[in-house]
Design a protein around this ligand. Structure first.
Ligand code: ADP
Ligand code: MG
Length: 685
C-alpha cells in the first residue's frame, strides 16, 4: 500500500463510503490523510456534568436514561435525550440534550446508550440543557480504543459518513501505511521532523504538544508550497523583458516646483522606488500602500510624468466615476500647464473626450478612466504605465489582464485599505510593495466619536457651529440595495429631513442612482463650496478629496464594516482645520456598536484592518477568492501569520539562489500539493 493508492483498490472500505468520500473530492489515500480534523476532543477523562451555563463548549460523556419527543407550535418537534454522568451521586444533576426538528437524531439515540457530546451548557429554568450538541454514540467493540481514551479527532462533517466511520478508516489507513514512504515537502532548514510523523500525529496525537508540532509542520508545508508558487510567479514576471518607461525627470522637476507643498520623506522615497522600476528592463509590478490621506495621488502623478516624458502613454484608473472625474480635475489643473495632454473615459463620458485618442496626432498622454476601461476596446497608442487607484475594489483577475499585455506596461496598484501583513504576503505576494507611512504635515487634528442617535440634538448644534465657521459636512447613511425604487425613496426622505434640520445651509443629495453627469455637477458644487452639506450614500467612500469638509456624520454606523468606516472618515482631515467623524448608532449596547470603539481609539489604518479582520474575516475586500491561489486545507492566514513569514522567506531565498533549480522544484511541489486542490483559497477566517 502506498500513499497515492486509489481508495477503490482497498477492498476493506465499503463501496458506499467510497462514494461518500468521493463527494468530498477524496479519492486516494493521500487525499484522505490530508483530510484534516476540524478539532480534537480530549476523551481521556470527561469532566463532571456542569451545574451552570458556559460560553465555552465542553466535551462530556454519559448514559442516555430517557428520551422524549414533544410537539410545539403545531408541526414543530423537540427531541430530548436525558443524560446521566458515569459516577452519578445524589448531588448530580442530569443533562438534557435537545434537538429541534431534526428527525434523524431521534432515530440514532436510544435509552441505554453511551454518548459523547460537545456543546455549550445552558440553564433553562432549573434544568441544564445543551441545544443541538455534536454527539457520537459509543459502541462496545474492539474499536473503542480508536474513539475513546485518547485525544480524538473530529472531522469536517459529511453526509453518509459518521465521525466514527471516517475515524476508523483513517486509523486503519495509517496503520497500513506504516512502511510506506511519505515524501517530505519542506526544506530541512525550515523545519525538522518528518511529514509522515506529522500526518500521523495530526489525526491521532499522543499529546496536545505533539498535535501542535504536527500542525505547525503541516501548515508550514502548505504555506511553503503556496509561497513557492508566488515566488515563481514573481520570478516569471521579473524574467519578462520590457522597455524602460522612464524619462530624465525634467518634467517631474517642473511639476514638483509648481506644487504648493513639499513632498513628505515617505513620498520621496516611494517616488525613487518607482523611478527605479520604470527604468528597469522588466515590467514593474508594484503595490503602493498608504493610509487614506497619505498623498498617493501625487506619487502616481510623478510616475506618470516620468513615463510621459519618455514618450509613453499612461492610464490612471479609478473604481468610481466620481473618483475618475476628481482625478481628471486635479490632473488637468496640475499637468495641462506643463503641456501634458489628458483625456477622460468613463461610461458616462465616452464620446466627448475620447475622440482625440482616436485621432493619432492629437493623442492624449494620460487617459483617466474607471476600471471599466479595461473591458472596452480601447487601443492605446503606446501604453507604458498603468496606475490603478484603490486596488481593493479591483479584482486580481482584472489585474492579470493588464500585466499579461504585450508589450508589457509597468503596473502600479494603489490601495488605501491597509491590508493585513499576511494578505500582503499572499494575495499580493507576487507584487513588490511600497509603503507611504507618513502623513503630510500641517493637517488639522481628526477626532472620532461614537454617539447615541438620541443625542442627535446636541450633534446638530455642533454641526451648525461648524457650518457657521465656514466648514462643510458629509452626512452618510447606509442603504441596502433592495430595489431602485426603495433606495430612491429612502434617499429622498433622508434628504428632506436633513434639509430641514440644517436650514438655511445648502444641502444636496448624492447616491448611486443619480445619472453620471448630474452626479458630477453635484460633486463639483460641493468641491467649490457652494453646497455646504452633502447627504450621501457610500458613493463617496473612496478617494474623494475636499479639504474644507471637516465633519463626517455616519448614520447607523453599526451597519458598516470597520474598514469601510475608516475609508469614510478618510474623507475628512484633509485640510488645515480640525475635523470630526461622528458615528451615530441607535443600538449603543449591541456587539456591532462595540466594534465602533476601535475607531475612537485608533486612527491607524493598519490597526483598523487587523481589528476588522478579527471581527469578520477579510471578506471580499481583499478579493482572496479570486486570488488564483490554492485553497488552504490547514493553515489559517490570520492565526499563522508568523509561519507564513517563515515560509515566504524560505521560498524567496530559494528562488534568489538559483531560479532554474527553484522552478523545477516548484513544479514538483505544485503537483504534490496545489494541483490536488480544485477549490480556491478560502480558509482565511
Ligand atoms: P490618498 O492617499 O488618500 O489618495 P490624496 O492623494 O488624495 O490622498 O491626498 C490627500 C490630500 O493631501 C490632497 O489634497 C493632496 O493634494 C494633499 N497632499 C498630498 N501630498 C501632500 C504633502 N506632501 N503635503 C501636503 N499636502 C499633501
Ligand atoms: Mg486616493
Amino acid at each position: 500500500m502506498e500513499i497515492a493508492q486509489p481508495l477503490e483498490e482497498l477492498d476493506w472500505i465499503p463501496r458506499p463510503k467510497i462514494l461518500a468520500l468521493r463527494r468530498l473530492g477524496i479519492t486516494t489515500a493521500e487525499d484522505l490523510l490530508t483530510h484534516f480534523p476540524r478539532r480534537h476532543e480530549d476523551r481521556h477523562q470527561f469532566p463532571e456534568f456542569p451545574r451552570d451555563e458556559s460560553d465555552v463548549p465542553v466535551c462530556l460523556s454519559g448514559e442516555v436514561i430517557k428520551t422524549s419527543l414533544r410537539r410545539f407550535g403545531g408541526w414543530k418537534k423537540i427531541f430530548e435525550a436525558t443524560l446521566q454522568e458515569p459516577n452519578a451521586n445524589a448531588l448530580s444533576q442530569p443533562l438534557i440534550c435537545r434537538w429541534f426538528n431534526l428527525h434523524y437524531v431521534q432515530k440514532m439515540i436510544a435509552t441505554g446508550q453511551q454518548l459523547v457530546i460537545f456543546g455549550k451548557p445552558r440553564l433553562r429554568g432549573s434544568r441544564i440543557c445543551m441545544d443541538h450538541p455534536e454527539f457520537e454514540v459509543i459502541e462496545n467493540d474492539e474499536e473503542k480504543s480508536i474513539h475513546l481514551r485518547r485525544i480524538t479527532p473530529i472531522y469536517p462533517g459529511t453526509e453518509g459518513l459518521s465521525q466514527r466511520m471516517l475515524r476508523s478508516i483513517i486509523y486503519r489507513l495509517l496503520q497500513d501505511l506504516d512502511t510506506a514512504p511519505i515524501e517530505p515537502l519542506l526544506p530541512e532548514d525550515l523545519k525538522d521532523g518528518d511529514r509522515a510523523e506529522a500526518i500521523r500525529a495530526i489525526h491521532f496525537p499522543e499529546s496536545w504538544e505533539s498535535l501542535s508540532a504536527a500542525r505547525e509542520h503541516l501548515v508550514l508545508s502548505e504555506f511553503f508550497a503556496m509561497q513557492m508558487l508566488i515566488a515563481s510567479r514573481r520570478a516569471d514576471s521579473h524574467a519578462r523583458v520590457s522597455a524602460a518607461h522612464c524619462g530624465r525627470g525634467d518634467l517631474l522637476e517642473k511639476f514638483l516646483r509648481t506644487l504648493p507643498f513639499e513632498m513628505t520623506t515617505a513620498q520621496k522615497k516611494v517616488i525613487a522606488e518607482l523611478e527605479q522600476d520604470l527604468a528597469a528592463k522588466h515590467p514593474m509590478n508594484r503595490l503602493l500602500q498608504g493610509d487614506v490621506g497619505s498623498g498617493k495621488t501625487v506619487v502616481a502623478i510623478a510616475a506618470i510624468l516620468l513615463a510621459v516624458e519618455a514618450g509613453y502613454q499612461a492610464t490612471f484608473m479609478a473604481p468610481t466615476q466620481i473618483l475618475a472625474e476628481q482625478h481628471y480635475t486635479v490632473l488637468r489643473r496640475w499637468l495641462e500647464p506643463l503641456g501634458v495632454k489628458l483625456s477622460i473615459r468613463t461610461a458616462a463620458r465616452r464620446e466627448e473626450s475620447f475622440l482625440p485618442l482616436l485621432a493619432g496626432n492629437e493623442k492624449a498622454d494620460v487617459i483617466i478612466g474607471t476600471h471599466a476601461l479595461l473591458y472596452e476596446k480601447v487601443s492605446f497608442a503606446n501604453l507604458g504605465l498603468v496606475v490603478i487607484d484603490e486596488q481593493h475594489k479591483f479584482g486580481v483577475a482584472q489585474r492579470a489582464r493588464l500585466t499579461s499585455r504585450e508589450p508589457a506596461p509597468d503596473v502600479l496598484v494603489m490601495t488605501a485599505t491597509p491590508i493585513p501583513r499576511t494578505i500582503t504576503m499572499t494575495v499580493y505576494g507576487d507584487l513588490d510593495v511600497s509603503i507611504l507611512d507618513e502623513m503630510p504635515h500641517g493637517r488639522g487634528k481628526s477626532i472620532t466619536a461614537v454617539r447615541d442617535s438620541s443625542k442627535l440634538g446636541e450633534v446638530l448644534s455642533f454641526l451648525r457651529k461648524q457650518l457657521e465657521a465656514g466648514r462643510q459636512l458629509y452626512v452618510v447613511y447606509p442603504l441596502i440595495e433592495e430595489s431602485e425604487k426603495l433606495e430612491a425613496k429612502a434617499a429622498a426622505t433622508e434628504y428632506d429631513r436633513w434639509r430641514e434640520r440644517l436650514h438655511p445651509y445648502l444641502c444636496e443629495l448624492l447616491h448611486g442612482r443619480i445619472p453620471g453627469p448630474e452626479k458630477q455637477e453635484i460633486m463639483e458644487r460641493f468641491r467649490r463650496g457652494e453646497t455646504k452639506v452633502l447627504i450621501s450614500t457610500t458613493v463617496i467612500e473612496v478617494g474623494v478629496d475636499v479639504p474644507n469638509a471637516t465633519v463626517m456624520l455616519v448614520e447607523n454606523a453599526e451597519r458598516f464594516g470597520l474598514a469601510q468606516l475608516h475609508q469614510l472618515r478618510g474623507r475628512i482631515g484633509r485640510g488645515e482645520h480640525k475635523s470630526y467623524c461622528i458615528l451615530l448608532t441607535s443600538e449603543p449596547s449591541s456587539e456591532a456598536a462595540a466594534k465602533l470603539a476601535v475607531l475612537e481609539k485608533t486612527s491607524d489604518g493598519f490597526e483598523v484592518a487587523e481589528a476588522d479582520w478579527e471581527l469578520r474575516g477579510p471578506g471580499d475586500l481583499l478579493g482572496t477568492a479570486q486570488s488564483g491561489l490554492p485553497a488552504l486545507k490547514i493553515g489559517n492566514l490570520r492565526r499563522d501569520a508568523e509561519l507564513m513569514r517563515r515560509a515566504r522567506r524560505a521560498a524567496m531565498s530559494i528562488f534568489a539562489a538559483d531560479p532554474k533549480l527553484a522552478s523545477a522544484q516548484n513544479q514538483r511541489f505544485q503537483q504534490l500539493i496545489v494541483e490536488k486542490q480544485g477549490r480556491t483559497f478560502s480558509n482565511v477566517s
